[in-house]
Design a protein around this ligand. Structure first.
Ligand SMILES: *[C@@H]1O[C@H](CO)[C@@H](O)[C@H](O)[C@H]1NC(C)=O
Ligand SMILES: *[C@@H]1O[C@H](CO)[C@@H](O)[C@H](O)[C@H]1NC(C)=O
Ligand SMILES: *[C@@H]1O[C@H](CO)[C@@H](O)[C@H](O)[C@H]1NC(C)=O
Ligand SMILES: *[C@@H]1O[C@H](CO)[C@@H](O)[C@H](O)[C@H]1NC(C)=O
Ligand SMILES: *[C@@H]1O[C@H](CO)[C@@H](O)[C@H](O)[C@H]1NC(C)=O
Ligand SMILES: *[C@@H]1O[C@H](CO)[C@@H](O)[C@H](O)[C@H]1NC(C)=O
Ligand SMILES: [Zn+2]
Length: 724
């Protein structure tokens, strides 16, 4: 049935699920026709073209007899001569070539930079994706699928809705969609998906696996290609494919697509759609070489979701929004509300144009009925009421050295405090993520909370009577103590949460997950252990944990229960700046503030096509390389990608941007006043310390053509000491 339908067989990061059936199915698809069609020549041609295009983008017209144009023309001829490229493919490749007559700058640009399928019929109308779980999927599979779906839903207008046809009318018909398509989640032969919406009324199958792999497969279903196959010429600035180390017959997944059928908003080495160097690996080598090996592949969803959002026209669902979103930000639904989603450190309220120095407007704790553990500084602003529970046992209590949860702990007594919300719901929903709160009012808040409970077997004696004051979470407060929890496990630990950040607060850590970060706050994980009386004979009074409870460790024979809290404290974020360099301002110097608990960002921008060089004139960041206590992170590739971390006493090299921005983040946690002074300046490609085309990493040119080598060596070498 699927033989005429094109499938993307897939494996993803960490989870080495090499598919068997899916790859053989995939090999029946369109991709094989293009296999080995002169890849090296296409790459070299693209690089040459990119160099010329950059000159044009900078407003310089390339000399028709200059090196750049000559190199481009050389590679164009090689393409033309190649017997492996059909006349039609050649036309597609050459479309928009700045040396072949086409002078319309729009065409030149749009064609050169095109990874999502261009065909609009492959999109999901309105971002709505109907789906069903087939009987292959169990609760665990569905949880993993849900987690991946929630990531798209938090940061775009993509909405996964259950598909039904119970009354003879399908969900698509009820929602007025212009297509009958939907996803059918199966569990079969590894992880794979069709690319885009095929509009089949009997649905299209998808085998999602888990974690980032499932994000990857949903990415295919949403129309997105493998990033390493991107036609974007920038791909060749970051990676070199090593065909000799790729499994036979799987080279197709590394082959660069031709520009024309796909749209790309920039090459993203960190995309979940990017393979790692071990997928379909054969032999001792890597399937591709990083030219910037310090920039890890995969693991960062920002640009991927941005691309999905833009291509599904999420911005159109926020028409009339008062600001435009800049600096790689995008207008979309963030946690359900129209808002700019910005790269880290920029302010959505100003359209990502300034540094984020205060919570964005309208940020509040959800209303409704629930409770949080109280912080020693009290409850968050809002209608929280304090309560506490004191209970006695016969030992085993303990807490971590760092402990800021409002809880008294002695050898035989624990007194926990709560911030209880008991309001009618004000419709602010809980962000999807991995955390727990206390249940209040008999039911968990709306969303995907699952319930659990912890019962402590107390031993009040004599004058040590259990007691309580104020408002309490749901539970039992007699001779023993039982708390009811609501837990969510619908996020990725690396996703940031948004909560009011100017007062400390506490979430309960979900077991088996890490605490997530909250924007504008610093995280500390605290541990509390509470002992239990061991009395195996009486199930009525025995300690017990049930359902989705937060206990992550049961300690020793005393059966003490240990749990962790995610404690958030406000970071100092009234700092940082945005600098724009240009010909009238070629250099700027600045310093970090003299303060602690910093969370500061500096964004330095150069005109398109130019670069930024960063030098530190003073550098003292707590820790030493490999064991940083404080973090100075420099994002010198695209600013929404992960940066590189630096610390120590000395830093005497220059960092040069790959594109035209550098984003610097300083996060300090220790009492030590880590600080730096920096000088940023505008530089041109000519000032680089490596050859732009191959970054100087290749010991021999990818193509051992004398012509190419001669041209390449004409690139000026300079003496800047680079470090990246
Ligand atoms: C390709 O080669 C043919 C024959 O040599 C020539 O007519 C044509 O103009 C060439 N095309 C390009 C784009 O150089
Ligand atoms: C777009 O995709 C649809 C469905 O696969 C196909 O019928 C149509 O011909 C495609 N359009 C173009 C322009 O390729
Ligand atoms: C929906 O159900 C109706 C009535 O049972 C049936 O005629 C129709 O084919 C179904 N549609 C789809 C797409 O399955
Ligand atoms: C919470 O509010 C409801 C009504 O709004 C009330 O009946 C209930 O007693 C309140 N619970 C607490 C713990 O205050
Ligand atoms: C809390 O609310 C009070 C009164 O509304 C206000 O004065 C104070 O600034 C708020 N504090 C924070 C940290 O938001
Ligand atoms: C539990 O029951 C067993 C036998 O039924 C008895 O020997 C033991 O003493 C009991 N222990 C406690 C703590 O009640
Ligand atoms: Zn894939």
């Amino acid at each position: 049935m699927v033989s005429n339908r094109s499938l993307l067989g897939c494996v993803f990061l960490i989870i080495p699920l090499i598919t068997t059936a899916s790859s053989s199915v995939a090999s029946l698809g369109r991709a094989t026709q293009e296999t080995h069609n002169g890849e090296g020549i296409v790459e070299a041609y693209m690089m040459a073209r990119d160099t010329v295009q950059d000159l044009i983008d900078q407003g310089r017209s390339p000399d028709p007899n200059g090196d750049e144009m000559e190199l481009l023309s050389y590679w164009r001829d090689q393409l033309n001569k190649s017997s492996q490229i059909s006349a039609q493919n050649l036309r597609t490749i050459l479309e928009g070539d700045p040396g072949v007559g086409n002078t319309d700058p729009e065409t030149r640009r749009s064609v050169a930079k095109r990874t999502i399928e261009r065909n609009l019929s492959k999109r999901w109308t309105g971002g709505i994706v109907p789906f069903i779980y087939t009987s292959d999927t169990n609760a665990e599979h569905q949880r993993e699928i849900k987690r991946a779906m929630e990531h798209y839903q938090r940061f775009s207008c993509i909405r996964f809705v259950p598909w039904e046809n119970t009354t003879g009318t399908t969900t698509n018909q009820k929602l007025g969609l212009d297509h009958p398509g939907y996803l059918k989640f199966v569990v079969r032969n590894g992880c794979w998906s069709h690319q885009g919406n095929f509009r089949w009324s009997d649905g299209q199958e998808l085998s999602c696996c888990s974690g980032g792999s499932c994000v990857h497969e949903l990415g295919h279903a949403l129309g997105v290609l493998h990033e390493q196959q991107s036609p974007n010429p920038d791909r060749n600035r970051f990676i070199r494919i090593n065909p000799q180390y790729i499994t036979d017959n799987e080279y197709q997944w590394y082959e660069q697509k031709l520009p024309g059928n796909f749209i790309s908003y920039g090459y993203d080495i960190s995309s979940p759609m990017h393979y790692s160097t071990t997928f379909y690996r054969k032999g001792p080598g890597k399937t591709f070489t990083h030219l910037f090996p310090e920039l890890k592949e995969g693991g960062n969803f920002y640009y991927h979701v941005r691309e999905v959002s833009i291509e599904h026209k999420c911005q159109d669902q926020c028409k009339g929004f008062p600001v435009t979103c800049e600096n790689d930000g995008y207008l979309t639904k963030v946690d359900g509300n129209c808002r700019c989603r910005c790269i880290p450190g920029l302010d959505p309220d100003t359209g990502c144009k300034t540094i984020y120095k205060h919570d964005f407007s309208g940020l509040k704790f959800p209303g409704g009925q629930y409770a949080l553990p109280a912080h020693t500084d009290g409850c968050p602003n809002g209608s929280f009421k304090l309560g506490s529970r004191k209970h006695f046992n016969n030992g085993g209590n303990d807490r971590s050295a760092k402990f800021a949860v409002k809880t008294d702990v002695t050898a035989n007594m624990v007194e926990e405090s709560f911030c209880v919300s008991n309001t009618s719901n004000n419709r602010i929903t809980w962000p999807e993520g991995n955390y727990c709160i206390y249940r209040v009012g008999g039911a968990c808040p709306e969303g995907f909370f699952s319930e659990g409970s912890v019962k402590y077997d107390d031993q009040p004696t004599g004058s040590n009577r259990n007691s309580h004051t104020g408002e309490l979470p749901d539970g039992i407060y007699g001779e023993d103590t039982k708390y009811q929890y609501c837990c969510k496990n619908t996020g990725f630990n690396d996703d940031i949460l948004f909560f009011p950040s100017r007062k400390p607060f506490v979430l309960i850590k979900r077991r088996d997950e890490r605490c997530q970060n909250v924007q504008g706050m610093h995280l500390e994980v605290n541990t509390l252990t509470v002992g239990n009386l061991v009395n195996k004979n009486n199930s009525e009074t025995d300690a017990a944990i049930e359902g989705d409870h937060p206990i992550d460790k049961i300690i020793g024979t005393s059966e003490a229960y240990s749990m962790k809290y995610c404690v958030y404290k406000p970071a100092m974020m009234n700092c940082g700046d945005v600098f724009e360099l240009d010909s009238s301002k070629k250099e700027v110097t600045f310093s970090s503030p003299d303060d602690v608990e910093l969370e500061c960002f500096w964004l330095v921008k150069a005109p398109k096509g130019q670069r930024v060089a960063l030098d530190f004139t003073e550098f003292d960041i707590s820790g030493f390389p490999g064991m940083c206590k404080d973090d100075l992170i420099v994002h010198y590739s695209r600013p929404g990608q992960l940066g590189k971390r630096y610390c120590g006493r000395i830093f005497d090299k220059t960092i040069v941007s790959i594109y035209n921005t550098i984003l610097i983040r300083l996060s300090t946690y220790s009492g030590y006043r880590s600080r730096f002074s920096a000088r940023v300046r505008l530089i041109q490609d000519e000032d680089l310390c490596y050859k732009r085309a191959d970054r100087g990493h290749l010991t021999k040119p990818m193509l051992s053509n004398p012509g190419a080598t001669r041209k390449r060596s004409s690139v000026k070498e300079t003496t800047v000491t680079c470090v990246l």
